[in-house]
Structures are given as C-alpha cells and as structure tokens.
Design a protein around this ligand. Structure first.
Ligand SMILES: [Zn+2]
Length: 288
C-alpha cells in the first residue's frame, strides 16, 4: 500500500481531533439517457483542503462552482477521476491548469486519463486535511475504474459501479462482466453507510442496492442460459437480445447488446457457453 500525501503543506495535525468531512455534490450540466441528471462532481474535505472527484464537464459555470466550493475548503489538493469516460474526466484538465492540483486516475495510458499526473493503485491512501481516502480498484464497468473509500464516515464514492437508477452498461471492449460482479461483491464487505453514485442521488440502503445489482446480473445470466437451452440451435446476439432484454426499452437495446456480449464472454470463459462463426462471420452461441 502506498500513501500519497498530495499536499503536505496544508496538512495540519490536530492531535486526536478529527474535523468533520464535508461533501459537496455539484451536478455537471451533461444530462443524457446515459448520465441521468448529469454526472455528480464531489468536493470532499474539511477547512484545510479538499479533493475533487470527477469534474465531469468543462462548462465554465460548473468549473466556477467547483472552484468556489473548493476555496471555502482550503483549495483543491487533488483531482480524482473514477474512470476515463468523458462524462467523468471532462473539465479535469482545465481544473488542473487553474488549480495546479494533480490529476490521479487508475490509468494514464492512451486508453486512460492521458494527462493524469499519477496512476493510483488498489489500497493507496490519499490524505487531505485530516481525512484519509482509500483507493479501491474496482474494474468491470471499465478496466481503470476506481472507487474512493472514506472509512471514518463509511462513505463510498462509487463512480459507475452502481447508479441510483437503472443498470450499468458493460462494454466488453473496455470492461469485463466477471470483474464487474467481483467488484460489486467486494463492496459488500465494507461497512458502507453513505453510497454516492456518479449518477443520481445518495443511495439510501447501500447493501440492499448492491445485492440487487448482483442479483440483476445473475438473473440476466440465468435468462441467457435458459434462452440458449430452450432454443436448441445456436443463436446470434440479435436473436438472444429481445428475449433476454424483453423488459428493456427497445431504444436501449443497442447499449444492452454490449452488456449481453459481456455476459456471453463471461459464460464462455467459464465453459458454460460456446460460440462458432457462421459464413457471415457472425458469432453463434450455444450451450456447452
Ligand atoms: Zn462510465
């Protein structure tokens, strides 16, 4: 475990007294079917410094609101990106230039946050003012996904591991369904009291929600296996999708096909389904 004290200058040891953690949520002006009301930007810290989690947008008013909040908390000491999706890392470069604070992310390669100052790893800790945050590597939605855990208050900043509403898209080009479920299972071991997703409101009953997310994936998996078992002949994704995602709005089927592919790849890895290509090179899936 490494300890990243991102601003030693402002670190004030106050004996046994721990100042309360302030969390300010600012919603980035990027609403969409995927981002809900917009990405949650969090400014978290005390009067001696703060971190900004997922600036989300370079909109000048949004950046001004972040800076205004941060100023009241002793300025930005670090900018944390939960994963390299534009609706999370947007505005980070601008904020970095304005504040001089380093950007920390799970990956800074071409597929990650290229302008990140440093890559953070599982169980790294970040001290800001009197507060310590732990990085939890939680791949699945994306390979570089991290959560931030403040154990003292039982607060988890969950990024896109969980949302207040709907489910998380797993695109197998950059994510992995098995990793995703394992990351959710890891959260079950924490004593989470406050679960902040990147999209939507505070999740009021964290452990019930996490269990539901896991059940939802297991349910989809059961439906996929049942569909293939009932069909008796190999099926394409286009044939499986309307059956397994019959409860999903057809306008979301394109996105759902990514998660379906992620499920099939997981099942293939486990030896439970097999694929072959037909003449048109389309994958056909069947029970192993
Ligand atoms: Zn995302």
């Amino acid at each position: 475990m490494r300890h990243l004290q991102i601003c030693h200058l402002n670190f004030i040891q106050r004996g046994t007294m721990v100042t309360e953690l302030s969390i300010v949520r600012l919603i980035a002006p990027n609403p969409s079917p995927l981002t809900g009301p917009g990405t949650n930007t969090f400014v978290a810290g005390d009067t001696t410094g703060c971190i900004v989690i997922d600036p989300g947008s370079a909109d000048p008013n949004h950046l001004a609101a972040i800076l205004n909040t941060a100023t009241q908390m002793g300025n930005v000491q670090g900018i944390i990106i939960t994963h390299a999706h534009l609706d999370h890392m947007g505005g980070a470069k601008e904020l970095m230039i304005t504040t001089g604070a380093p950007v920390l992310a799970g990956d800074k390669g071409p597929q990650g946050v290229p302008f990140a100052a440093e890559v953070v790893y599982d169980e790294d800790t970040i001290t800001v003012g009197n507060h310590e945050f732990m990085i939890l590597a939680t791949p699945g939605h994306r390979f570089d996904h991290i959560c931030l855990w403040h154990s003292l208050s039982g607060t988890l900043f969950a990024g896109d591991l969980i949302a207040e509403q709907g489910s998380i898209v797993i695109n197998p080009d950059e994510g992995d369904m098995r990793d995703y479920i394992q990351s959710l299972e890891r959260l079950q071991k924490l004593s989470i009291r406050n679960l902040w997703p990147s999209h939507g409101n505070l999740i009021s009953n964290p452990h019930v929600s996490i269990a539901k997310y896991i059940e939802h994936r297991e349910d989809r998996e059961r439906k996929i296996l049942l569909t293939l078992a009932n069909s008796g002949v190999p099926r394409t994704i286009g044939q499986i999708l309307p059956i397994v995602y019959a409860d999903t709005d057809p306008s979301l089927h394109q996105l759902a096909s990514q998660s379906l592919m992620a499920h099939l790849l997981k099942l293939e890895n486990e030896g439970r389904v097999t694929r072959k290509s037909d003449e048109s090179e389309e994958n056909l899936w069947y029970m192993s």
